[in-house]
Design a binder for this molecule. Structure first.
Ligand SMILES: N[C@@H](CCC(=O)N[C@@H](CS)C(=O)NCC(=O)O)C(=O)O
Length: 296
């Protein structure tokens, strides 16, 4: 031992060089592998036929095509408009760090609504063409209320108040079981921090739940006995948002979810709307098609 110490003392420079050399080689190897994987993925995403969307998303959950309402909304839109698409799970979070995002003709786009706006223009689709100006304004308000307000209350219910009860439908392939609990805790704390920054997380549980229930109640009131939010004949974009929102509550939430209980007891028209939309757009709900596997 003494001898080694003396050796190191006298020859520290070569030891340092070897150490730095090993670190440098490791860094270069890791970066090259990342670069190579990125190139392979890029090639895969860009290899689809012209005008076909590649929808990037999280792994499907055990009970619902996506654990993310924004992803489910965008995939439902692609189905409702019959725009050709395929989907994959190799990089769920896009250039803006969020899911969903999509690639079309080598071009990347993030945010479910920006993707829909882009596709409406590109494919000349307009699910809202039958709406009056006032209905379009209501549709916009309902979308913002759900996506920017209610969804925070829902996320707190699902990821923070539920005591990690959400793991049963979460699918995390390749993650060792022993890491899942820590990962779930980390995720829960990320949501808590996000909700605090957004503002809703500064309130107590009772107030947050009241916010969420009020939002759902107003959606239920506007829907009333109609088939879709604005008509009995044609769905509009906001129906896709309501569908995705209720899907997450009824099929991908903890048993204790107050929103699921409220839908069952007080807002049954939201469940009726969900089931009707599911039949219409997701006959393959249990085993969705349109997927491109990792190895493809
Ligand atoms: N406004 C975005 C919201 C997307 C969003 O918040 N996605 C969540 C999943 S539900 C996400 O990627 N969260 C990861 C993060 O915030 O780090 C959209 O409509 O696409």
């Amino acid at each position: 031992m003494e001898e080694i110490k003396v050796q190191v003392k006298e020859n520290w420079k070569p030891f340092c060089s070897i150490g730095l050399g090993l670190l440098g080689t490791g860094y270069v190897l890791i970066r090259s592998k990342q670069w190579y994987t990125k190139r392979l993925l890029r090639k895969k995403w860009d290899s689809l036929p012209k005008d076909t969307v590649y929808l990037h998303q999280f792994h499907r959950s055990a009970t619902c095509p996506s654990p993310s309402p924004y992803v489910l909304k965008l995939e439902s839109y692609l189905r409702a408009t019959q725009i050709p698409y395929t989907t994959g799970f190799d990089q769920a979070q896009g250039p803006k760090g969020k899911a969903p995002w999509m690639t079309i003709n080598g071009h990347d786009l993030s945010d479910s609504q920006l993707c829909i706006n882009f596709l409406n223009d590109k494919f000349d689709k307009d699910l809202d063409s039958h709406l009056s100006a006032e209905q379009k304004a209501t549709s916009h308000c309902v979308r913002i209320m759900i996506e920017e307000h209610y969804m925070w209350a829902f996320a707190m219910d699902r990821y923070v108040f539920s005591n990690q009860d959400f793991t049963k439908w979460l699918v995390l392939p390749g993650i060792p079981k022993c890491l899942i609990n820590s990962l779930v805790k980390m995720f829960s704390s990320m949501v808590k921090k996000g909700a605090y920054v957004q503002g809703i997380g500064r309130h107590n549980r009772k107030d947050i739940e009241a916010f969420g229930l009020t939002d759902l109640g107003f959606v239920s009131t506007i829907l009333g006995n109609k088939k879709y939010l604005f008509s009995d004949e044609r769905l509009s974009e906001v129906d896709l948002i309501i569908f995705a929102t209720v899907a997450e509550i009824l099929t991908c939430s903890p048993d204790s979810s107050i929103y699921a209980i409220a839908i069952k007891n007080d807002f049954p028209n939201l469940e009726r709307h969900f089931l009707m939309m599911k039949n219409q757009l997701w006959p393959d709900w249990e085993n969705p098609k349109n997927e491109m596997m990792e190895k493809e």
